[in-house]
Design a protein around this ligand. Structure first.
Ligand SMILES: C[S@@+](CC[C@H](N)C(=O)[O-])C[C@H]1O[C@@H](n2cnc3c(N)ncnc32)[C@H](O)[C@@H]1O
Length: 182
């Protein structure tokens, strides 16, 4: 799927993505990773800090993001968390906001959504000269849509505070090959 079709035909993209999720073990694997492995990864990010600044790049409709936030919340129950989301697809942002409204256990977590691509965010940050420092950044299943992957990772890596982590998840085979035969 090209970037153009991804962004210009929202409903078709979202429908296709949900069919993919239903027919793959992708989300199940990610949830297992979030429950079992993520706690070890995020054990360095807090260190008495509050708020913890989290950046989700290509957060989609937020299901995975909310699971990640619950783990951060469980690891750092006393810290306030600010979760910023970069997501170019407006429909996905609306779904994300609905998920947040319906989900309990998100007390003391604030959300900001930016309808833009990672490159637009990068340009905006560079021109505002307000380079944020972040405690945890994640890019889950979104690097496929970025033109210059090393430059993108390099920019976001430069926003990490000491002890902070960046989490990248991508499939090792194209999504079409991970679909189960029906
Ligand atoms: C496959 S979905 C993954 C959504 C979510 N992270 C998950 O795992 O459920 C990819 C997301 O990246 C977003 N996206 C596409 N191009 C992007 C870009 N250049 N910068 C940021 N996000 C992008 C899409 O709109 C979509 O919501």
């Amino acid at each position: 799927m090209t970037m153009r079709s991804l962004l210009s035909d929202n409903s078709r993209y979202i429908e296709s993505f949900h069919v993919f999720l239903k027919n793959s073990t992708e989300h199940q694997c990610m949830l297992e990773f979030i429950q079992k492995t993520l706690p070890g990864i995020i054990s360095s990010i807090g260190d008495g800090k509050s708020p913890l600044n989290v950046l989700s790049i290509g957060g989609g409709s937020g299901e995975i993001d909310l699971q990640i936030l619950k783990q951060i919340r469980a690891t750092y129950p006393a810290a306030a968390i600010h979760n910023e989301v970069i997501e170019p697809n407006g429909e996905q942002i609306r779904c994300y906001q609905e998920h947040v409204a319906k989900t309990s256990g998100l007390e003391n977590i604030t959300f900001t959504w930016h309808q833009e691509t990672s490159l637009e965010y990068e340009s905006r940050m560079k021109s505002s000269k307000e380079m944020k420092k972040l405690n945890f950044i994640h890019m889950i299943q979104m690097l496929y849509y970025v033109k210059d992957v090393p430059a993108t990772i390099g920019f976001f890596h430069s926003l990490l505070e000491p002890g902070a982590k960046i989490l990248i998840m991508i499939l090792s085979v194209p999504p079409s090959q991970t679909l189960r035969d029906n």
